[in-house]
Design a binder for this molecule. Structure first.
Ligand SMILES: *[C@@H]1O[C@H](CO)[C@@H](O)[C@H](O)[C@H]1NC(C)=O
Ligand SMILES: *[C@@H]1O[C@H](CO)[C@@H](O)[C@H](O)[C@H]1NC(C)=O
Ligand SMILES: *[C@@H]1O[C@H](CO)[C@@H](O)[C@H](O)[C@H]1NC(C)=O
Ligand SMILES: *[C@@H]1O[C@H](CO)[C@@H](O)[C@H](O)[C@H]1NC(C)=O
Length: 262
């Protein structure tokens, strides 16, 4: 009798969650982006702060802020790409991340840039990255927590030094066509827009510094990636029933990640 009760309990959960899943499959084929009814403004915002000028460009701190309440980014991790707007920018260096492609740097003879790709794609560094190559909020193998899960791990950061870029507000250009992949989930990114200049407090707390330029890009969840075509609902029957940890690399239903204990 008890087990019968348990079965019907589980089945009703199954229908509840599969109907949520179906809704999100339907939405994603019809709409451009799927808004989570539990978290309608949840998004991933890219913040690009130009912090200093260099002889041929600038140094920028780039933050990837996951403001989604429940949706995390799991392995294989985040990938952030863009197209340079002046066309001949290069990445002299990247700290706390790396470009996956060096691109064509053959015109450089001695000082070889980190990447000359017209469309660089940056990924995170692994968790065992040595201390002297780390910056704050880097090196988690591309993972990003949701706000609900751990707000202090919901931002990823890297620092870039950009060359051939213009060396003043009037000559630098915002990159275009940002793309963001969050593990096995795809996002749609809007255009880069000028934003209120970021302010930072120095580590000793005695001084406030301000970015020279701040650009923001908002990326919203689109759907689970082609790699796992049909979203498998993250709440598996047995795991829910037995209170065990479900193996749930992507939160493909898009919500209630905490039920998966990832
Ligand atoms: C993106 O998220 C931020 C932080 O929650 C919010 O302030 C902003 O309005 C959101 N933007 C969009 C376009 O939903
Ligand atoms: C981050 O937050 C979690 C709980 O949300 C906490 O357990 C952990 O200690 C925090 N870590 C740091 C470095 O503050
Ligand atoms: C933006 O980048 C994607 C990925 O590389 C590419 O397929 C697409 O054509 C680009 N769109 C524009 C307008 O450049
Ligand atoms: C232009 O750059 C200067 C510093 O070089 C900065 O103080 C100023 O706020 C910038 N203006 C805009 C509109 O971003």
């Amino acid at each position: 009798m008890k087990s019968l009760y348990r079965v019907s309990y589980t089945i009703s959960f199954f229908f509840l969650f599969s109907s949520l899943c179906n809704t999100s499959i339907l939405d994603s084929s019809v709409l451009v982006s799927v808004h989570d009814p539990y978290d309608p403004t949840g998004n991933i915002t890219i913040k690009w702060d130009v912090m200093s000028w260099t002889p041929d460009g600038y140094v920028a701190d780039v933050d990837i802020v996951n403001s989604q309440l429940y949706r995390t980014v799991q392995p294989p991790g985040w990938k952030l790409g863009w197209t340079w707007a002046r066309h001949d920018e290069i990445l002299w260096s990247v700290f706390g991340g790396q470009a996956i492609d060096q691109g064509g740097c053959s015109r450089f003879i001695s000082n070889i840039p980190h990447s000359c790709s017209k469309r660089p794609v940056i990924v995170d560094l692994p968790t065992d990255t040595p201390l002297n190559q780390r910056i704050t909020n880097c090196c988690r193998g591309g993972r990003l927590s949701s706000r609900y899960q751990a707000i202090n791990k919901s931002t990823a950061s890297f620092q870039i030094s950009v060359g051939n870029a213009g060396t003043a507000n009037r000559t630098v250009r915002m990159p275009k066509n940002f793309t963001f992949i969050g593990g096995r989930a795809e996002y749609i990114c809007g255009p880069a827009k000028m934003a209120r200049l970021s302010r930072f407090t120095t580590p000793d707390g005695r001084r406030t510094i301000q970015a020279f330029m701040t650009w923001k890009v908002v990326c919203t969840y689109k759907r689970a990636n082609v790699a796992n075509k049909l979203p498998t609902c993250c709440v598996s029957l047995s795991s829910f029933d037995q209170g065990k940890t479900a193996n749930c690399p992507t939160n493909s239903c898009g919500r209630r990640i905490e039920t998966c204990n990832t």
